[in-house]
Design a protein around this ligand. Structure first.
Ligand SMILES: NC(=O)c1ccc[n+]([C@@H]2O[C@H](COP(=O)([O-])OP(=O)(O)OC[C@H]3O[C@@H](n4cnc5c(N)ncnc54)[C@H](O)[C@@H]3O)[C@@H](O)[C@H]2O)c1
Length: 383
């Protein structure tokens, strides 16, 4: 049984995304299952070196996941040719500089979104990677969620007919940190530290829309900071300088209209933290993180407006669940496995730094639309 080891520098792995999604649920899980199965009796075995500033945290994380290598010295990790991939899940403001360093060291790049805080910086990274001839990829995890994979299946089947519109509701209440601890890091609410829901979520909306429905052509966005003061990890009150909600409309290729509400100041009264409703001429679908339900035109009820009587419809019950019909793995792990195959045997991997830059482009233009209070065209992006 041939095993192909791939050395991966994992930077930012002590953070929320790094330790939960990328280490525990992806890399450690792949190691525990015996590697990425190539189907010919051969396996790719990721061999991470955990990188960060805090020795104690790294040591503990390494022990917890039975990983031998960890380091506080990024430069020496980059100098070691055994490490083929540089992975980054640091806070957004730190990412571009470290990726540039890794590109110069000849490493392949895989990283969290947003790839940088501005489009220029993101595009520069894509250009540098192209010039250096290294392979590169950006996390686009929502594409691999069970609910969105089911939705993609529904779209590909033709069930919806011509798609007219999409409504996306994303968000939940993020506690302010005073009487209950906030469930997201405090930098998310400070613009100067790379925070803001537009910078955070629009990169996701870009690849979801581009990949499922059609390329985004224009954006109209209103941002707002609903909660003006929060309390940080050390119990100190701070002023929120970044947007915590964004109310946007996108126009897509083919005339599809998308309304997307993103908010960390909303209480959930829907099936999931993200729901995507798609209305087509033939049928409709509503996808959440894991589930997807559909209603065909022949099953569509015929309500008549009459508030003088009790509502005779139970609208929720008039939808059919799309069955799983397969096992769904963790979304981050699926993409990691694809990237490792891309590195080892050149399998296709379209979600590169240019795609990442498109995400940052949409957040930049969302911010511009908000500032100028107008709809903004989204020009095509090239390396
Ligand atoms: N794909 C997704 O769904 C998703 C979800 C949330 C966050 N993210 C992105 O992932 C990234 C990390 O977010 P998070 O929520 O894990 O943040 P976090 O604050 O929990 O983790 C940040 C990491 O960066 C490191 N770091 C911070 N400042 C540093 C410094 N000065 N020097 C060296 N290292 C430093 C921290 O030690 C930690 O390891 C962000 O870019 C965020 O936008 C992606």
């Amino acid at each position: 049984m041939a095993e192909h080891k791939i050395g991966i520098i994992m930077n930012g792995v002590t953070g929320r995304m790094g330790s939960n999604q990328h280490l525990a649920r992806s890399i450690a899980a792949i190691r525990e299952q015996g590697g990425v199965d190539l189907g010919n009796g051969e396996f790719i075995m990721p061999d991470p070196i955990l990188v960060g500033r805090n020795e104690e945290k790294l040591k503990k994380l390494a022990e917890d996941h039975r990983i031998e290598r960890w380091s506080t010295d990024l430069e020496s990790c980059l100098a070691d040719s055994y490490n083929q991939i540089y992975f980054d899940s640091q806070t957004t403001v730190r990412r571009a500089e470290s990726i540039q360093q890794a590109i110069q060291a000849g490493k392949h790049i895989y990283c969290e979104k947003p790839t940088a805080t501005t489009m220029e910086e993101s595009l520069e990274l894509a250009n540098q990677a192209k010039d250096a001839g290294i392979k590169n990829g950006v996390v686009q995890d929502k594409l691999f969620l069970p609910g969105l994979l089911k939705l993609k299946r529904v779209i590909d089947s033709g069930f919806l007919g011509e798609i007219l519109s999409v409504r996306m509701e994303f968000g939940y209440w993020v506690f302010e940190g005073d009487w209950q601890e906030g469930q997201r890091p405090s930098w998310n609410y400070r613009k100067e530290d790379g925070g803001g829901i537009i910078v955070d979520m629009f990169p996701h909306w870009r690849y979801v829309l581009d990949n499922l429905f059609g390329e985004v052509q224009s954006v109209s966005c209103l941002g707002v900071t609903h909660i003006e003061e929060r309390v940080d990890e050390n119990g100190r009150a701070y002023k929120c300088t970044a947007d915590d909600a964004a109310y946007a409309t996108f126009e897509l290729d083919g005339g599809i209209i998308v309304q997307a509400n993103s908010s960390w100041a909303v209480r959930v009264n829907r099936d999931d933290l993200l729901t995507i409703q798609v209305d087509g001429k033939e049928g409709s679908a509503v996808a959440g993180l894991r589930d997807c339900k559909v209603q065909h035109r022949v099953n569509t009820p015929k309500p008549v407006w009459n508030p003088d009587i009790e509502n005779p419809f139970n609208f929720e019950e008039q939808w059919d669940e799309v069955p799983a019909n397969q096992l769904f793995d963790n979304a981050f792990k699926i993409q990691w496995e694809m990237f490792l195959k891309h590195i080892h045997q050149d399998d296709e991997f379209p979600w590169d730094l240019l795609e990442g830059a498109k995400g940052t482009q949409l957040s930049d233009l969302g911010l511009k639309s908000w500032e100028e209070r107008c709809a903004v065209e989204v020009p095509k992006l090239h390396t």
